[in-house]
Each structure stands twice: as C-alpha cells, then as structure tokens.
Design a protein around this ligand. Sequence first.
Ligand code: ZN
Length: 531
Amino acid sequence: MSALDQQIARFAPVDISAPIDGLPANEADALRHIIAAARVMDDLFLNQVWSGNAVLQKRLEADTAATGKSELHNFLINKGPWSRLDHNAVFVRPEFNVPAKPEQANFYPADATRDEVDKWVGTLKGPAHEAATGFFTVVKRGADGKLTTVPYSTEYQKPLAEAAAHLREAAKLTTQPKLKKFLELRAAAFESNDYFASDMAWMELDASIEPTIGPYETYEDEWFGYKAAFEAFVTLKDDAETRKLGMFSSELQGLENALPLDAKYRNKKLGALAPIRVVNVVFSAGDGNRGVQTAAFNLPNDDRVIKEKGSKRVMLKNVQDAKFQKVLVPIGGVALGAADRARVSFDAFFTHILMHELMHGLGPHQVTPGGRAVRLALKDTYSAIEEAKADISGLWALQQLADKGVVSKQIADTMYTTFLASAFRSIRFGITEAHGKGIALQLNYLIDAGAFIVNSDGTFAVVDAKIRQAVADLTRDLMMLQATGDYAGAQALLKKMVVIRPEVQRILDKLKDVPVDIEPNFVTAKQLSGK
Ligand code: ZN
C-alpha cells in the first residue's frame, strides 16, 4: 500500500444511516431540502480553508490515474490537500505546487501577516473593531492596499442565497412550528448576516428533524480564532435516548445526595440542566465533516445567545456507534484479554457518555469554605480534573442506578470493560489536552488500585471484586480536590498520573493497524436525494 493509501486507511469507511420511516411525506420532503442546503456548506467551507481548493479539486477530479484518485479521496476526507492527522503535511504531488496550509485560511488576505492584521485591528474602534474581530466577516485588502472587512452575506452571497432558498422550501413543507421558525430565521440570517435571532430559535428547537447549519466553529482561523467556518449537521431526534435522558435527569438530585463525600460538600438543590439532545446524523458537511468526525458538539458560540439561553449539547448517536464498531471494538481486541472482549458494548459506551455530560452538573462547583469558583481555584489543572471527574463519577452513577434497577444489568456488566477499552482509544490521541490527561489519570489510578490488571500476555482485564470501590474512591478524591480548591494537590496528582506507563505503551504500539476514525458514507441522505 502506498503511503497515501495508508493515510486514507486510517479512516474506516462506514455507512451512516438514520431511521426515516417514521417521517411523514411532507417532513421527508423538508429533510431533502435541508440536505440540499447542507451540501452548499461543503463548497463554502472548502473556499474558507483555502482559495485554491476549488481549482485543485477540479484538477484532481479530472485525473484518472490511481494516484489522482487517492489524492482526491484524501482531499475530500481532509477538505483540502493537507493531512489533518499529520500536522497538515501536503499529500498531493509536487506538480500541483500546493503551499503550506495557510494558518489564516481564506479569512484574511494571503499576502497579509498576522502582525499586520493584529496592528490594524488595534487601530479600530466601536463597530469597525467588532466587525474585524467578529465571527461573520472576512478581512480583505481594498484597491488602495488597506485592510477592510466584508460580511459573509456579501462575500458568499450566491451560495448563501441558494442555501437560504432550500431552507425556505423546507420551512414551507414542515408542519413543526419550531423547526419552521428556525429555518425561516436562518435563511434570513444568511442574507442579513445577523445570526442572533436564528441562534435563539435553534436553542428552542424541538422537532423530529434537528438541523444545525451555518457558520459556527472558529478552529480553522488559526491566527485569531475570530472567524466562523460553515458546517451542517442534518439530524433526526433519537426518541429512545431522549426518554432515557429524561429518566436520568429525574435521578440527578438523588445521585448528588449519595455522592461519596461529606454531606457539607453536596449540593442540596441542583440548578437547571443545560439542554442535551441525542440525535442521529443523516448528513454532515463542511467543517462538520472533515478529518476526525465530530461525535458531539456544544453550540452556539455567540456569548449574547449563551447569556440569554445558555448553550445546547448535541450528541450524534449513530456517529458514536460507527466509531465504536470501527475503532473501539478492534482496540478491545488488542487491549483486552479474551474473557473481557465479550464485555464491550455500545449501549454501555453511549450510556456512559450521556452520564458523563450529566455529571458535569454534579459535585462541588464552589470551594468550601469561601465559595470561590472551583474553576478559578484549580486554574490550569481544572479542565483535566473536571473531565476525569465526569468520566469516573459517570461510572459511579451508573452503578448506583443499576443497583436501583434504573439501568439494565447488561450495561452494568459491560461498562467497566467498555471504559477500559475506550481509555486506550482516547490515549491514542495523546495526553496533552484535558480529555487525554483525564483518561491517563483514571487509567493509572485504577491500575494502582488493582482494579485493572495486566495479564501475562500483556492484555488488560477488569478485576470485578475491586473496580466498584476504586471508582467510588477516585470519584471522592477528585471531588475533594474540587471541594477544597486544592490546587497543589491537583498538580501533584496530575504530575504523578498523567504519564504513559510501559504496559500501556506496549498496547498502543500494537494498535498501528487499527483505524483512527471513520469516513462516513451518508446512505440515508443518498437514498433521500438520489445522489
Ligand atoms: Zn466532558
């Protein structure tokens, strides 16, 4: 296999489907139009990444040689000629004269420097400053050579008009009022460049079809993180998981009251929950379909909306399932002993992710005594500790609910082994950011507690007699660091535990042929739109 094909093989192809049988004909027609609008986001995003993308894509499409086909394939996965898993290394042949990936993307002039733009922004005041640093403008060089801002509604007028027309058609077809409202307002936003009202409508959205479409995340702007990239997630609400969430929500105060902590650190009255939606993806596009696939997101990013309505967590269940089957199960095959491999289940995996999200809301958020925010007290250690807390207390909570009969025995029997396999999947991405640090901390703690052991053949196993207590102990230890705002303690724990031990590294070394992620094939969208 060529080096290029090896790059591509890290993304396991998988069919992504969602159940559309329950949709009435008018809603299915609306869905078709929303998918058509989402397709526009792909071209818009390609253009935002690099001004040369459209021309290069045409050249690759015209190239019938095997190399050209692989290059096009990798181009579509990465949304450009740079491999996102390999520090953006160029993967097309030198004859295409592709530059290094521009850090400013196509949001700022190709001939500008970061310093020049930064200085210019510093001279601006009021609305001009807001526009330059806002989500929805590009920075251009005028005929006089001076920098200026152009709103997305002008810069991308034609494609946005096309997307807006599809959203309006969909709005006419659906009989779900909240969906209709969002679609109409989002179409208007594409033309007015004012996304506020449509973001507010998105927060209120509750319908069988849950579209997210527009400019959202700012990662592609590697200079300043100001500019939003176009993306779409066209999804259907998952009713069974939504019911499960409702059931869990009613158990949360009981869980808080039972936390393995002194009563004075527990919260007698939990605040309102941030909304969570569980959906299945029909089609995703643009920034929402590049490189490693998004499995969950929190939106919007606009502070004005967050202040009034908070933000919404959307979890993409069928994408999680695909990653589970294509990545996690094979990792379990390498990392776990034969007896434990059978105890890895998607139901346990997904239910734990739901519980992780809910557990962010439980446990100490203020330091006792004094009431200082835990985030401020724990400073740079906060995120890793908080992510580890949500994971481990999620397992603790599921065990409590299993004991009560709220969670099935099947989930309780598989969740620890599933968590162990999933720890190897996370650590593979590195232990430099909060989630990876949190996972390393938990894995090593549970090994030290004798709850995870290494078999003679190097595989790992769960020790049933010890795991339950070890999970409760770590839940208590992390929550006590938060409750007392113990920054030095948090630092010491991370220093000791955020390492890759030799027995873990030996497993990671054996994972080279296991895919890193998935490459979705949206079969339901194809079936609907005949493409
Ligand atoms: Zn989290």
